[in-house]
Design a protein around this ligand. Sequence first.
Ligand code: NDP
Length: 278
Amino acid sequence: MALRVGLIGDPVAHSLSPAFQQAALDALGIDARYARWHTAAADLPARFAALRAPDVLGANVTLPHKEAAFALVDDVTARAAAARAVNTVVSRDGRLLGDNTDIPGFLAPLGERGLDLPALDAVVLGAGGAARGVVVALLQRGCRSVTVANRRPERAAALIADLGAPPTARPAPLGASLAPALAAAGLLVNATSIGWQGDSLPLDATLLRALPPTALVYDLTYRETPLLRAAGALGLATLDGLRMLVCQGAESLRAWTGRAAPLDVMWSAALAARDGHA
Ligand code: NDP
């Protein structure tokens, strides 16, 4: 009987995870199927109860359930505890372990680029589930300061308080008053859900001019976005979220199977699923 693993979220129809996770399971010769488990908030407890079955390896958890998932597992890893958000569940002997692989997934491409985080000030746009992992990752890696700017600034303040973050993490509104923080920033991260929606940018494009010319603009949206296009037009370095998506998935696969993830296979499958070529 094939083992089962899947993606819990709402929506999940357009996710790339099934394509690259199935390719990885097949490449490793593991008889398992990766499914889309579309789950409304009201059905989350039943979905998590079903994960305890012996043929289930675990799950990924995506928008909007990462914070709710934290309360539905039996144990959490230190990094999931730090973020108070779970994006990976490992099912073993009827117990559920919650992990947060968004944290190493987010950091992986920054490491690949050799970014010196302790020498950088960062601005993070957004205060949702993804932003939590990003802020934890940047603080753990010793980023000099992290400004968290959100449409509803009280949510940024709550995120910082909830994480027990040091005074080098500050909340800010998402507007023109962000210019001084941007002027000092070596890294701008978009962790809002704007990027999927038409021509919208999470902040006024003219504010990007405040960034130093050496700044990297990193959008967690896993395709080119209006923000990345505007930053590129100014000559700034840009990075979309596809590498993060694949790297977080590789960490999840390792947690479910105990095997090293075939990163090249996963990357090719993710590119093919996103861009429609093999
Ligand atoms: P959440 O729903 O938890 O948070 C959404 C965030 O976007 C909030 O900060 C919200 O602000 C902000 N936002 C939404 N609409 C607007 C708007 N119209 N104007 C300004 N701000 C807005 O989502 P997640 O944190 O889970 O995901 C955020 C993004 O990150 C998504 O695009 C997701 O695809 C991406 N992501 C990518 C990953 C990867 O591996 N590449 C991994 C995880 C996420 P407010 O609080 O004011 O509502």
